[in-house]
Write a protein that binds this ligand. Structure first.
Ligand SMILES: NC(=O)c1ccc[n+]([C@@H]2O[C@H](COP(=O)([O-])OP(=O)(O)OC[C@H]3O[C@@H](n4cnc5c(N)ncnc54)[C@H](OP(=O)(O)O)[C@@H]3O)[C@@H](O)[C@H]2O)c1
Length: 305
């Protein structure tokens, strides 16, 4: 068993810069708050200015000196991802931590600006492009890390190359969510293999929160949600604890490229964070390579690693 992660014992990270997508609520908010406590400058990469400012105010109530900046990003639009990356690069010459956190789960069928099914678009393709656009800066920052959020849902996921972007007629929302979270995990692992092969010291790792009580449940039908609520509460933990695997992945000193972090209970639904293992199919290098190549084509961007 590895050593326990204790956030209190993590030393100050003053001078370091992090981007957290979806930092205004849920796990992203808790991650940003923890980073602020460690004196990291946090870029709040959010789509809604009002929500971002409210989150900034809530963090400042706890950490008066917090260094926080809102830069807008809408992951439903690759052009917005490009504008975000350009705006960030204009004001910063280093990026220590990129946290690919924002996500949506089982929404009704909708398409992103470029016509991707929204769960694949927001959870996976936009973060793929965002990472690619920032990778030069990340790689030039010593000790940098990229943490990508996956989920227990990856376990039942399958990369369906014949239908990577479901259309309305073939849309099965839970299946697509699982696919998007498997894609995130495979991306984190493939990115790490590529970084290692290129001889850069940047680490790409992944994390999942188990089950945390956040707004991610917003698309679960209300009646079903209330019926399942007692079981849900028993199985889950709060966002503060749910964010710990991500924070451990970002800040612990015993982290290696390709590591995956999650809660420590038997089914990884809650509990203190630790290193975990994804399902074997997540480590399929042929599928990961093909997914990478197809993703480069679909977002019209070639990674420089
Ligand atoms: N909670 C869980 O049990 C659980 C389990 C497994 C994995 N995860 C993963 O954890 C990550 C964080 O989820 P959460 O539980 O914290 O959910 P959440 O409370 O719903 O927060 C999601 C965040 O993503 C943002 N977001 C959604 N669509 C966006 C877009 N188009 N552009 C920019 N930002 C967007 C949301 O912004 P708005 O507030 O503006 O909507 C919000 O800030 C997700 O990747 C999720 O898949 C969560």
């Amino acid at each position: 068993m590895g050593k326990k992660f204790d956030l209190v014992k993590v030393p100050t990270q003053k001078g370091r810069v992090a981007i957290v997508t979806g930092a205004n609520t849920g796990l992203g908010f808790e991650t940003a708050l923890a980073f602020a406590k460690k004196e990291i400058k946090v870029i709040m990469a959010c789509r809604n200015e009002q929500k971002a400012n409210d989150a900034i105010n809530r963090i400042k109530e706890e950490v008066t000196e917090a260094n926080l900046e809102f830069i807008p990003i809408d992951l439903m639009d690759l052009e917005s991802v490009k504008s975000f990356a350009a705006a960030f690069k204009k004001g910063h010459d280093r990026l220590d931590l990129l946290i690919n956190n924002a996500g949506i789960m089982i929404p009704p069928y909708q398409e992103t600006k470029q016509g991707f099914e929204s769960q694949m678009g927001v959870n996976y393709f936009s973060h793929f492009l965002l990472t690619g656009l920032l990778i030069d800066l990340i790689n030039s920052t010593k000790g940098s890390r990229i943490v990508t959020l996956s989920s227990i849902a990856h376990q039942t996921g399958e990369i369906d190359f014949d239908n990577l972007n479901a259309d309305e007629a073939t849309y099965k929302k839970s299946k697509v969510y699982s696919q998007s979270k498997l894609a995130c995990l495979m991306f984190a692992l493939e990115l790490n293999r590529r970084l290692a092969a290129a001889g850069v010291d940047t680490l790409s790792v992944a994390s999942h929160p188990g089950i945390a009580t956040t707004e991610l449940a917003r698309y679960i039908p209300k009646l079903l949600y209330y019926v399942l609520y007692p079981i849900f509460i028993f199985m889950s933990h709060n966002p503060e604890n749910g964010a710990l695997p991500t924070i451990m992945a970002a800040l612990d000193d015993d982290v290696h490229g390709g590591d995956y972090f999650g809660p420590s209970s038997k089914r990884e639904m809650k509990g203190p964070p630790k290193k975990v293992k994804g399902r074997p199919h997540a480590y399929d290098e042929d599928v990961a390579r093909k997914l990478w190549e197809v993703s480069e084509e679909l977002v019209s961007f070639k990674f420089d690693v």
